[in-house]
Design a protein around this ligand. Structure first.
Ligand code: G6P
Length: 489
């Protein structure tokens, strides 16, 4: 690769051991799920999800490897090949799962980066574990990267990896993408390790964010806590002694979905039939509303239920006319805030259903499961109205999936302005989910909007999503990573 550089001046005795892979993705989780077959033997299956779909062709073309945790504690696995890529498992002990993953990643960074909707906890033991695990990910990556390889680090669990990698392997070209929001300076400032995290990220040549506002939040923090010169979106990173070292760029690259795959599923006869069956099973109500979320406090499920409960109380909606399906997939169940949230949400669902259900009809069909993509698409097809009421969300891919699945251009999307998707899906019915009256009005508007108007809006949104799919996103990022040059002095 063009950025390959000699790490030693003596070309015969290079000090670095290079690996075999030209393109490496690094993420907390490997993109595979372990499946146990009938005979008890286990194998791996590629997990559903846009990122792996987008990167699979890049992986197959370059010599690609994916470095990540395979999801089980206290288990060390050898590297293996699956779906045209080398998978490199990074082991985590039970204690590290508790301190690095559940602790620092999901009870410190996650709430801090999502506008402190829940209170972040700051513990030095969690930070120590985060640092150590990030070091292990960086080492595993450095060991497999060929000379001058491209490495793409994903998300908030691994923010220290770019700097660690740059130090170990200055020949690499390093990208980082933050899938979640980057908070405003006034919130980020709470983090006791705010300088170290910024230094970690600045190890990347290119730092990608979901929204332009995330990139500008980050750049403000860089200016405040590191004092580097910033021109446009370029940070002039200096070394310890204050000399210019290299340029790191921060830009927005809004992520997307494999839109044509979702659209193709939405046209499959068996999936269309399943969507009809779902409607029948609910008693063929006039309206079906749908919410699909990980059971996470950032998703605003409670606000949605409150609005829905009040609409039932006011008589604007009846259980004979409308049903809300709420899929809440289990998530991070050992983290306290998530346990409390589950109790809260299930309490609300129970109260609303207890009050309004009849023998025949239910107000809310609550499903604490995750489903295969085929069933999700059947649900999208069955739903007249999709409710995305996140209090803060990096992007929200469910909103884009719903749009991609509506091949007949029908259906209405109620979308929180606090989700990254609101930047591009401007024809959605945009809401501030904290404003319960506004949310109720938006739901009524979605239920009563003339068909011609819903179709006009959906057509524009579908064009947007189908054109800007996840493949285009990854290409845009990787092109920018390569076009930018290393900017070294
Ligand atoms: C968000 C994060 C991902 C994470 C996913 C599921 O989308 O941005 O990095 O993988 O949630 O969360 P989990 O903790 O189960 O990996």
């Amino acid at each position: 690769m063009s950025s390959a550089q000699q790490t030693s001046t003596d070309s015969d005795t290079e000090s670095t051991d290079y690996g075999d892979f030209e393109f490496i993705v690094v993420s907390n989780r490997l993109p595979v799920d372990r499946v146990t077959d009938d005979d008890g033997s286990s194998s791996w299956r590629r997990s559903p999800g846009g990122l792996v779909t987008a990167l699979a062709p890049v992986m197959a073309k370059a010599d690609g490897a994916w470095v990540g945790w395979h999801g089980a504690p206290d288990e060390t696995l050898d590297s293996f090949d699956e779906a045209n890529m080398r998978l490199v498992p990074v082991p985590l002990s039970g204690e590290e799962v508790e301190l690095y993953y559940e602790g620092f990643s999901n009870a410190t960074l996650w709430p801090l980066y999502h506008d402190v909707i829940a209170s972040p906890e700051f513990h030095r033991t969690w930070w120590d574990s985060y640092r150590r695990v990030n070091e292990r990910f960086a080492q595993a990556t450095a060991a497999v990267a060929s000379k001058g390889a491209t490495v793409w680090v994903q998300d908030y669990q691994l923010q220290l990896v770019p700097k660690l990698l740059r130090e170990a392997r200055p020949d690499l070209r390093i990208g980082f993408f933050n899938h979640i929001p980057f908070p405003p300076l006034e919130i980020y400032a709470q983090l006791p390790w705010r300088r170290q995290v910024i230094e970690g990220l600045l190890g990347a040549d290119l730092i990608g964010f979901q929204r332009p506002s995330d990139a500008s939040n980050f750049l403000r923090c860089v200016r405040r806590f590191k004092g580097h010169t910033i021109k446009a979106q370029q940070v002039h990173v200096t070394s310890e002694n204050g000399e210019f070292a290299y340029v790191s760029r921060a830009e927005a690259f809004p992520i997307s979905i494999d839109a044509s795959a979702i659209a193709a599923l939405a046209q499959r006869e068996d999936i269309i039939e399943r969507s009809r069956e779902i409607r029948r099973e609910l008693g063929n109500p006039q309206h079906i509303l749908l919410g699909v979320d990980r059971l996470d406090y950032t998703k605003g499920i409670g606000h949605r239920l409150k609005a829905y409960g009040e609409l039932l109380e006011d008589g604007d909606i009846t259980v004979e006319d409308a049903a809300l399906i709420q899929v809440a997939s289990p998530s991070r169940e050992r983290v306290e805030q998530y346990r409390l949230l589950r109790e809260d949400i299930e309490g609300s669902v129970g109260r609303i259903n207890g009050t309004y259900d009849t023998m025949k009809n239910t107000a809310i069909r609550y499903l604490h499961h995750s489903y295969p993509v085929e069933e999700m698409v059947a649900l999208y097809l069955a739903a007249d109205v999709m409710l995305v009421t996140a209090l803060r969300d990096g992007m929200n891919l469910v909103a884009k999936e719903y749009v991609a699945a509506r091949t007949e251009n029908r259906g209405a999307l109620v979308l929180s302005e606090f989700a990254g998707a609101a930047d591009t899906l401007r024809q959605a019915i945009l809401v501030n989910p904290h404003d319960i009256d506004g949310l109720k009005a938006a739901i009524v508007k979605a239920l009563t909007m003339p068909r011609a108007e819903t179709m006009r809006r959906m057509r524009i949104m579908r064009r947007q999503v189908l054109q800007n799919d996840v493949e285009r996103w990854s290409k845009a990022f990787l092109d920018a990573l390569h076009d930018g040059g290393r900017g070294e002095s």
